[in-house]
Each structure stands twice: as C-alpha cells, then as structure tokens.
Design a protein around this ligand. Sequence first.
Ligand code: ADP
Ligand code: MG
Length: 677
Amino acid sequence: MAERLTKLGVRRIGDLLCLLPQRYEDRTTLKPIGSLVVGETALIEGVIELSELVIRRRRSLLCRLADGTGAITLRFFHFTRSQQQGFARGTRLRCYGEVRSGPAGLELVHPEHRIVRAEEPEPAESLTPVYPTTEGLHQQTLRRLVEHALALLEREPLIDFLEPLLATRPHAGKAWPTLADALVYLHTPPRDAATDLLLAGGHPCSRRIAIEELIAQRLSLRQSAAVARTERAHPFPAAVAELAKFRAGLPFTLTGAQQSAFAEVVADLAASVPMNRLLQGDVGSGKTVVAAMAAVIAAAAGFQTAVMAPTELLAEQHFASFDRWLTPLGVVVIPLLGSQPARTRASALAAIADGTAAVVVGTHALFQESVEFAKLALVIVDEQHRFGVEQRLKLKQKGAQRERVPHQLIMTATPIPRTLAMTAYADLDYSVIGELPPGRQPVKTVVLAEQRRAELVERVAVHCATGQQAYWVCPLIEESELIDSQAATELEAELAAALPQVRIGLVHGRMKSAEKDVVMRAFKSRALDLLVATTVIEVGVDVPNATLMVVENAERMGLAQLHQLRGRVGRGHQASTCVLLYKPPLSPLARERLNVLRATNDGFEVAQKDLELRGPGEVLGTRQTGIEQLRVADLLRDADLLPTVIEVSEQLLATQPQAVAPLIRRWIRGAAEYAQV
Ligand code: ADP
Ligand code: MG
C-alpha cells in the first residue's frame, strides 16, 4: 500500500490531507425508491423481497429491493456464494449507485452495498469525497485513511505557516479560512456545499489551498535559484573596446530596450555567480544581437560560448548572424549541426575541444557526449519553450569545470504577463525587450474563409509581381512530420500550377538540413518569390522583404504559434499582411481566438488572451516550468492572487526561512528531486 500511496505523492500522514477530492458524491440523504429516475446516482435503503439466480445470456444474481415507496432490481454479475446467501429475503440493504432502466423496470448494476443492522448510523452527514487514486488502491481504503488523518488533525494541529501573513491581507474583504479549516471543508463538505465552486477553485476554501500551493511553488523555484547562487562562474569585465567595435559594425543602432536589457546582462556577467537570465521579447524585437554582445564579452575574456537553437534552420540562421557580427572582431564562430558531414564535424569538434572556436552555434547536437568544450563559460538558449530544463542542465554540466558553471541566457519570444512570469520563472532573472526596432509597421491581420482561396491565390500573384515575397504555411494536419510534409508538397504543386509566373520554393520537416538551407538561401536572396512551408519556419526566420504570410487551417493552431508565424513578416519597412485561412464552420471560441490576432499585434496581449481562452498550459509550456504540478491552483484563474503570492513568499523567505522547506515538501510533488535541479 505504501508503494501505491507513493504514486499518489503520499508518503506521510499529513500528505493524505493534501490529497484533494476530484469530485463528491451525495450520500447524505436516503432517496425513496419510488422517486428514483434513470441516470440519477442515489443512496437507497430497503428490504430484499426476492433473490434469484438467473442464467440467460449471463449468469446473474437479481435481488428485488423495496422500501414501501417502490421497488428496484439489483443486478450482480460477479458474486460469491456467501454474498448470494447474504442476500436472503428480508435482509435490509443500503445501496449506492446509478439508476438504469432494465428489462423489468429500474435497476442498479453492481451498486456499492452494505447490509444494514439495527444499530446502523444515519447516512453520512457530509458529502462523500472521491479521490484521485491509482491501480490497486480502493476508493474506500483511501477514504478511510483520510478519515484517520483528519481525526489526527484534531489532536495534532497542522502548522499553518501562512495564517499570520494572510491575516493582514484579507481576501475579497473577508478573512482567509485557516489551512486546517479549508482542508477539513474540502474533505468533508456539508451536504449543501457549493461543490461546483469548490471543485472549480472558486470557493474561499479552495482558494486558501491554491494560494498556499502557489506560494510553495514559487518558494521551490526560488530555492533552486538560491542553490544556483551558491555556484561559481567566471566573472567577465565588460569588453568596452570590443563592444564599441561591434556596435560600430551594426547597420542599425540598438533600441533603448535592447540597451537596458543588455546592461542587465553585462552586470550579470561581471559577477562570479552564474547568470540565469530569461530574455523576453516579442518576435522581431532583436534579442539575437543582445545575445551576440554577451558572446563578445565572453570571447574577449578568452572563454567559449555555446548558442543553442531549437531547429537546424534556426541554428544556421543564428550562425550566419553571429558569423557576420563577430568574425570581423576576430572571434571564431563555427556551426555544429547534426547534418554535417563527418569530416566537417570532426574538425568542428576539434576546434571546440582545443578552444579555437570561441562561439559554437548548434542544435541538440551540442549536448552529445562527443562534444567537449575547452573553456565553455556562456550558454545561450533560444526559444526556451522548445527545450526542457533537463537539456539546459546537461549543457550547463558540460561547462562545469573546476567548480565553475557557465552563465546562461535564455531567449524567448513567448510573452507572458509579468506576475505570471514571476511565478512561473521564479528561478530566473528576467529582462524584457518591450519595444520593436523603429520603422516597423504593424502587420495587418485578415481572417479569411477557405472558400475565398482562389481570390487569395490571385492576390499572391499580384503581390509577388511587385517584387515582394510571401510565405504560405500549410495545414497542420496532425503531429506527423511525414503527413505535414506531404501536404506541403501537394500545396506547392497546386500553387505552382495556379501561379506559373511565381518562383516557388518548398521547405518541410522531412528535408535534409542542407536542402532546406538551399531553399532558404534562395528565398533570402530573392531568387524565390513564394515559400511554401510547414511550421518549420515558425521560429526566428528573418527575411525583411517577405511581407505576406498566409497560414492555412489557422483555426487549429495555438495563438502563440500563430503570433510567431505572423512575426515572420513585418520585419522590413513595407506594410505587411497576415492572412489566416480557416475551414468553416468556425466555432464561436475559434472565431474569438482568431479575432484576438486581428485586434492586436502585441504579443503580451495575445498571450493574455490566449491564457484566458485556453488556459496557461498552452502558453507557458508548463512542462518546463514545473507548474504542471499544481493541484488546486491555476495560474490564470488565480492570477489575482499572484501579487499576494509574491509578497508573502518574499516575506516568508525573509522572516521565516525555516517554513520554506516544510511548505515545499507539503505541496510540491517530488520536491526533493526538483530541488536538485
Ligand atoms: P527576435 O527577437 O525575434 O529574435 P531578431 O534578433 O531576429 O529578433 O531581430 C529581428 C531583426 O531585427 C533582425 O533582422 C535584426 O538584425 C534586426 N534588428 C535587431 N535590432 C535592431 C535595431 N535596433 N534596429 C533595427 N533592426 C534591428
Ligand atoms: Mg529570435
């Protein structure tokens, strides 16, 4: 049983209290049998009038149960001889189950049942909790265990770390319930409790648990950050001369937002604790150049930087940018890609191992064991949501040598509201580039039904005839690169037939990186007018002359993803358009979602709306944040609690550090392993 309980995160008695019901059953009232209706789940009591074994299609035991208001059939397919004998005429039974309609009137199939004796207590006074359980662990057993734990709670109160802190911060004008009261209520709500509210997290008692859980979550992330602060990294002075030269070589000046984000990076790099910074900025806000300047600093001090991108295409593009910007400064930049020929790869590995390569740009290939860095001191990760925490750690460990770990800079274009970020990414420092480079025109977004496809094709022809370029992103059919790639190939053929004068290229996930590269280069150099693509172009591809983006089956994609795709255009000085094609009929929710994109170009707003319409999982990539461990709390629904969560966590850390570990242990499943991350 201990093993099974462990699966549910229950190791100590107190953990049972934190195992919260998924739903409730009402066994507080005995229903007259005569009042039952089909589909209802009810508690009944009556006397067995008749019990018979029938063997028609299946052997079954039928009992007729009556209570004076009516009678019902109990049907059992599995039963023991002694059970059968127990159901003798005249026996009083209490049953709980769902009423169905059977061949001879109403029946209960395999109801929970109990023989009732004279001294039988009245029905339960509170609603009966149904717990999440695991194979081999009966609901009844769990209930009994929780009852014991609740009984113990009366003798040995739970330490309520938050009560004094929450006392000064009433919730919606009312005092917060204590932890014990909230738990008791959730496990044994009165029969008239608003269970819907309770289960949906809107009840004061569920909110009390939610706030506790969010605080524990934040503390746990803050703890990992504290562990990180005990680590050592190489401190780098700002390389003033090199940076001046770098900036002089840029064809643009940095925006104020880029400069202030970079100033934070510079300060981090100057410290001997490792940087752990999230650099957030909408698509096109210019994160890459900030990262490149960080690499300049590391290189000037004689150390290596690893730049990790989620796709080969993006790695190649980053390589091109870093190469263009850093090579003139005498910094050696090399790519490391899975698709490289063996000889190229071998010489790349040698340059990484002997330190000749100052900056290495690559994909997952960077994690492989064969990759050994001479002096890795800075890790730059692009588009964090594609990488898990584990992968980041692996790379960090690669750089760990003589007690030093590399600095980390994580770039993400997924904009999330600030309080949310502070909770979800409490283990990272956080800079925002909240401004786009000047001269960008907002992308006009149009939502169009599939029926008007022919018109759209015409429009693409006109568009390309003016010398501007376009993307056509094809339907996301399912999570299969093969099928998506086939669809892209068919689409290309269709468009090629319709638009003979347009030069069309195709990129999809099944192509070799070198093949994709050829097409992308051709598109960048304007040898192609139209690029048909699967969502492989999603992140970061930069072609300023491309000013039209068509996305098919837009209704099936996440808003964040559509916003990313839209970010491929609007990168130059000309006005850009994004056409979201959909297959009617559009559900009201889908319409609302697409309208969000039409209404705003602001990634933060898109994120907020996405959050409201879909829930935080989609937006945040919760697997990376650990937020999926939340039981009761919901980042979006409880967003109003977040300011309090942040305040109270900080106060706890400052005044009651001894409370931190027990709180984390109480609420964060697998807290022990997690802390090591
Ligand atoms: P993202 O933040 O989406 O990764 P990029 O770093 O790819 O954005 O930058 C988008 C484009 O903007 C690139 O072509 C880049 O060279 C250009 N860029 C970056 N900073 C500026 C700036 N301050 N002024 C003008 N263009 C800039
Ligand atoms: Mg980018």
